[in-house]
Design a protein around this ligand. Structure first.
Ligand SMILES: [Zn+2]
Length: 247
């Protein structure tokens, strides 16, 4: 039986059988993978406590036939504030759903891993994560190679002056002539698209420099999450929770 160590963030967990729990983990060197914690629901040990969602741990794993198992876990950082504060919890859950939805299993994604870790560290400290959340989505799309076209019409290449729309299905901006082909197209303006682009380029630690008008935020959020849902080909469960909190 193979044995290995890995540092990973716990994305989520689910129950298995009577007593076990399966963790969905994200590590710098192995990407997203699953591991079972045997007897997790029958014991209240520190080890089991270290495997809560959002925790960053260093684990000792055994390779299994179907599923690897986690036998020891040292806590590197608990990120307990992300579980205790409702607003932070909603955002962390949303991000985890995106990472979990987009990343294939066991494919190294070190850049995305370091990005999530940095975002968690900033989320811990921030009082208002709205802009951070937009930047997280825009930048994640960039890392995944899913950037929409924000300049010219994606269908015919014209550069519309006004009255243009954004279609997630088309993959970006569409001009008035082409927009009728896309039922999901939403009217947008240059300012909205400029923020979309800027949020994807700005370092998460520098976001306070961006002066975004509060009324623009929900419109950018709609554009981004609509685009993400289109790429994922399903609605995001944690988006509803987030929408309700931000209302
Ligand atoms: Zn066009």
């Amino acid at each position: 039986m193979g044995l290995y160590r890995s540092k990973a963030i716990v994305l989520r967990s689910r129950n298995l059988g009577e007593a076990d729990r399966v963790l969905v983990l994200f590590s710098e060197d192995r990407g997203k993978f699953e591991a079972v914690v045997k007897g997790a629901r029958r014991q209240r040990s520190r080890f089991v406590g270290n495997t809560l969602p959002f925790n960053y741990l260093e684990g000792l794993f055994f390779t299994g036939k179907n599923l690897d198992s986690l036998s020891q876990a040292e806590l590197i950082r608990s990120f307990s504030t992300l579980r205790e504060d409702l607003l932070k919890f909603a955002h962390a859950s949303f991000w985890v759903e995106l990472i979990d939805g987009f990343l294939p299993e066991r494919q190294e994604a070190g850049e995305v891993f370091r990005f999530l870790l940095a975002a968690f560290l900033i989320l811990e400290k921030t009082g208002d994560p709205k802009v951070l959340n937009l930047a997280f989505q825009a930048r994640l799309l960039k890392y995944l190679g899913y950037q929409p076209e924000l300049g010219r019409c994606i269908c015919c290449g014209t550069n519309p002056e006004k009255d243009f729309s954004f279609s997630a299905a088309a993959g970006g901006v569409v001009c008035p002539d082409c927009s009728s082909q896309y039922r999901d197209s939403l009217p947008v303006n240059r300012e909205l698209l400029r923020w979309f682009g800027l949020l994807g380029e700005t370092d998460l630690r520098e976001l306070h420099r961006l002066k975004i008008e509060p009324d623009v935020l929900p419109r950018v959020f709609n554009l981004l999450s609509g685009f993400i849902e289109n790429r994922l080909e399903r609605p995001l469960k944690s988006r509803v929770f987030l929408d309700n909190l931000n209302r």
